[in-house]
Design a protein around this ligand. Structure first.
Ligand code: ADP
Ligand code: MG
Length: 885
């Protein structure tokens, strides 16, 4: 193809310069995409492609009207494209030229309609990891340190950035990068250089900032890179980023990515938001409130003072039902102030946006009035919280806007009617003249009728004819001489006059003058609002907080949740606790939990589907809710504050999530064993399932000892390895509980009640029985199981005595003993060294090889791990084998 020239050539050369996937280039009233871009955009967005010829070649072309670009941009960026936008401007010689003014990327998209936070992140590796997070739509900017990759991922998961800039060292770290969901952008390496980054941070947030923040070089490098990137993409919002905060992991409860997923905080295991903890407790009225509640849920806190303050607010609000409803009504009138502030700074706010700012600022005193006139609330920390923003400045800005912006202004900012009379004397004069001419036109038809005795006279304007006097055909002969005919229609004629033309020029001139003057005044006003971004963010944040607290109170009041007692101690005592989400969908059976210094590790047993997982998650959710400052679903709750919540959810539930491999299971376990402390809460829902039974038990066993002896975390461990229940006899702080089930006439009824002690039976064999496995096989497997339990031994370590204790199960051998092995068992026979295997082969001895194979098969099956259909086919296969003997 010959080199393109003309407009396509210009497009292609801009396209090459721009660091983007696509270019939208303004050509008059359209933004055009050419060549490959046109085809791609057409396919993604269902646009029509036409052909543009340029010097003998033809190029695909697709365009959107200038005013419609935003939704197309949004759609493209949300699909992960970086889109450069080139605007057209007039050159001195009267021609046009174009220039890329912005590159819109997922993390710098201002026009989002999604209420969620939209973080742009940078992550830098050095001695540890440094991270920065910025939301250009709200001006939030945070930096954080992380000790290792795991912690860095935890922070990244917490903020869930839509776009991430990996630092130079991170770019080759596939383990980290593969865990990230959003777009990855390789930004220029120099932006991460420590000196340059520190300089950028100092310039943006003030010179002392770098010292004040007290974070690592890496975190500052990340912050600098984010700033450089936002600047470079031309989002024009740097001015709304007025403050930078350090996010200290220490203030927060550690919640790793897995735990956030397992507890279904913001979405369920199936990826739906319905059914998550967030969607259950979210009663916020504003999108800023919803965003803040999500933030609280993903970042529970450790400071008792802060939590008690929130709890006191929730308590006041939950009692004062009338005031609460009134507050929520008021909050319903608030708009997203943080986002409006960004748009004002960026210069994209229109007059309606400023009205929204004004109306939202007016909500603050209204909310404060409700609070101060309600005794339950007036004494609560809510009062102080409402004093935090500069109320006087907010009031002044609110009045200024109220006096400036016209009622119900248009959404265009260039055609006047934005501002009120009395706002500016010069403008008033133009408006007065403008309206006088308008009035002249308004009265023209009547005047002409009277003056010339005409009937059927109208005055109107359109784009081709301008203003005209239209006279019905019957009367058209009687028009005076000065009327110039400009058009004949079927039933009428159109005329103009010299006077009309002169007035029209005057009117157009005034319209233009008014439009320009209003726009200038409006832009000044908008800039002044943009300069108050920090104030708007304060007010927005305060309203969002009241919204969240009122929402929590609403949920508490409607669901009989109670205020938890927080303390710094070790204990955790919940009476009649419920699962916050499940209680909404079923007749829920409440359960207790009691952990203290002497009993910190509970082994939870019970049949499949009896409620083990629900019970443990309920405990974790209650602790988490308490540590965001919420009431909790229980009759009574005393909660020793934790520094982290760690969960590992077993094979079955994970299978539903489609990510169960043994490697994943082990890396999660490894993370818990490394990261949990004695102040943490650990939930283990099956460990070791993903491998052979002996392997699995060994790992579960050793992990229990380690958590009990070395880590000392509060732990709930649900397991189907009945063998583990024996540990309670030997490890002092381990206790057993089980979920009760009742069996009548071969039917198991789940009682959903937690009782002391281990469950009394192995339900795997029970299920085999229910499934119709032949009687001899079932009873034989009971025997095998009993023998496995009784005869083989493993010592429990850490029982207090120095001597290991002999008990229950020998994983060292992992085999049948004696003759069974001797005559062709596949397993190693080293266990024959064990002296007490006297009756080892007795019962299998009488069986033929086929039956033995069936038994081995049966023993090797993990009922919970095998699909029912597969179980069925196995059973019928066994039956066939046995019948064929
Ligand atoms: P397990 O982990 O023992 O297999 P789950 O915790 O997955 O069992 O619970 C199985 C089912 O029982 C779930 O559908 C859950 O909703 C229900 N369930 C669990 N606990 C309770 C309870 N306390 N009250 C009512 N239903 C419950
Ligand atoms: Mg379970």
């Amino acid at each position: 193809m010959p080199e393109a020239t003309g407009i396509v050539g210009e497009f292609l050369s801009l396209r090459e310069e721009a660091d983007a996937d696509l270019l939208a280039m303004q050509c008059g009233d359209f933004y055009e995409f050419f060549a490959e871009d046109a085809e791609l955009v057409a396919e993604e967005l269902d646009l029509k492609v036409s052909q543009k010829s340029s010097h003998g070649s033809s190029y695909p072309m697709a365009g959107v009207p200038v005013d419609d670009l935003t939704p197309y941009l949004k759609a493209l960026v949300e699909r992960g494209y970086r889109v450069a936008v080139a605007d057209q401007y007039d050159t001195d010689d009267g021609g046009h030229a174009r220039e890329v003014v912005r590159v819109v990327t997922p993390g710098t998209l201002l026009e989002t309609s999604d209420a969620d936070a939209q973080y742009l992140a940078a992550v830098v590796a050095g001695e540890g990891y440094g991270l920065a997070f910025a939301d250009v739509t709200t001006g939030r900017f945070l930096v954080a340190d992380a000790e290792d990759r795991g912690e860095a991922l935890t922070e990244l998961y917490r903020f869930s950035p839509v776009e991430t800039l990996p630092g130079p060292e991170v770019r080759t770290d596939d383990d980290l990068l593969s865990e990230l969901d959003g777009t990855l952008t390789l930004h220029e390496t120099e932006a991460f250089a420590p000196k340059r980054a520190a300089h950028a941070v100092g310039e943006q947030f003030g010179r002392e900032t770098v010292d004040r923040l007290d974070v690592s070089r890496e975190a500052i490098a990340a912050a600098g890179a984010v700033l450089a990137y936002v600047e470079e993409t031309g989002a024009g919002v740097l001015a709304s980023m007025t403050r930078i905060g350090a996010h200290h992991g220490d203030d927060h409860v550690t919640l790793d990515a897995t735990t956030q997923r397992n507890l279904e905080l913001t979405e369920t295991m199936h990826g739906e938001s319905e059914g998550s903890l967030f969607s259950t407790i979210d009663h916020t009225e504003t999108s800023a409130g919803g965003r803040l509640l999500k933030e609280w849920l993903c970042r529970p806190r450790r400071s008792p003072a802060l939590l008690e303050e929130r709890l006191a607010c929730v308590e006041g609000l939950s009692t004062a039902a009338m005031a609460r409803e009134e507050l929520r009504d008021r909050l319903g009138e608030a708009y997203d102030l943080e986002r409006l502030a960004s748009r004002a700074t960026h210069g994209s706010a229109d007059a309606r946006d400023l009205v929204a700012v004004q109306e939202t600022l007016a909500v603050l005193p209204a909310v404060a009035d409700v609070v101060s006139s309600t005794p339950d609330l007036a004494d609560s920390p809510l009062t102080d919280r409402l004093e935090e923003p500069d109320r006087e400045a907010a009031g002044a800005l609110c009045r200024e806007l109220e006096e400036a912006i016209a009622e119900d202004p248009p959404s265009t900012v260039t055609q006047g009617e934005l501002l009120r009379r009395g706002y500016d004397p010069d403008l008033d004069e133009v408006i007065e003249r403008h309206e006088a001419v308008q009035a002249w036109f308004d009265g023209l038809a009547d005047r002409e009728k009277r003056r010339h005795g005409l009937s059927h006279v109208t005055v109107d304007r359109n784009t081709t004819d301008g203003y005209y006097v239209q006279v019905g055909k019957s009367a058209a002969d009687g028009v005076p001489e000065e009327y110039d005919e400009i058009k004949t229609l079927k039933n009428s004629k159109r005329f103009t006059t010299d006077e009309l033309e002169e007035k029209e020029r005057e009117l157009l001139g005034l319209e233009e003058q008014r439009g320009e003057l209003e726009y200038d005044l409006f832009a000044e006003l908008r800039d002044r609002v943009g300069e108050r971004a920090e104030l708007l963010q304060d007010v927005g944040r305060t309203l969002a907080e009241v919204d969240v607290l009122a929402g929590l109170a609403t949920h508490a009041a409607e669901n009989r949740w109670i205020r938890p007692d927080l303390h710094a101690g070790e204990g955790l005592s919940i009476q009649a606790g419920r699962h916050p989400v499940v209680e909404g969908t079923t007749e829920f059976v409440p359960n207790d939990v009691a952990l203290d210094d002497d009993r910190r590790f509970l082994i939870v047993t019970g049949p499949n589907m009896s409620g083990k997982s629900t019970y443990m998650r309920q405990v974790a959710c209650i602790v988490l809710l308490a540590q965001i400052g919420s009431f909790v679903p229980a009759r009574e709750a005393e909660i020793g504050l934790v520094d982290g919540i760690f969960t590992r959810v077993g094979a079955l539930d994970e299978l539903a999530g489609g990510r169960s491999t043994f490697m994943v299971e082990m890396s999660e376990l490894s993370n818990i064993l490394h990261s949990a402390t004695e102040d943490s809460l650990v939930i283990l829902d099956e460990v070791g399932r993903g491998t052979a039974t002996y392997d699995g038990i060994s790992i579960a066993w050793a992990a229990t000892e380690y958590l009990h002896n070395e880590v000392g975390a509060k732990t709930l461990f649900a397991t189907h390895y009945h063998e583990l229940t024996g540990l309670a006899d030997h490890l002092p702080r381990v206790g057993n509980v089980h979920v009760a089930a009742e069996e009548r006439e071969g039917e198991v009824t789940f009682l959903r009640t937690i009782r002391e002690g281990p469950t009394d039976r192995s339900y795997g064999i029970h299920v085999a029985d229910l499934a119709g496995v032949p009687g001899p096989v079932v009873s034989r497997s009971r025997e095998v199981l009993d023998r496995l339990r009784d005869e083989k031994a493993i010592e429990a370590r850490g029982g207090g005595d120095d001597e290991p204790v002999q008990t229950v199960f020998d994983v060292g051998s992992g085999s049948f003993r004696g003759p069974a092995n001797a005559d062709g068992g596949e397993r190693p026979a080293e266990s024959r060294s064990s002296p007490e295997s006297s009756d080892g082969g007795e019962s299998t001895e009488g069986l033929d090889p086929d039956a033995k194979r069936v038994l081995e098969d049966l023993e090797g099956i993990d009922v919970a791990e095998t699909a029912p259909i597969e179980l069925l086919s196995k059973v019928s296969e066994w039956q066939r084998t046995l019948e064929d003997r």
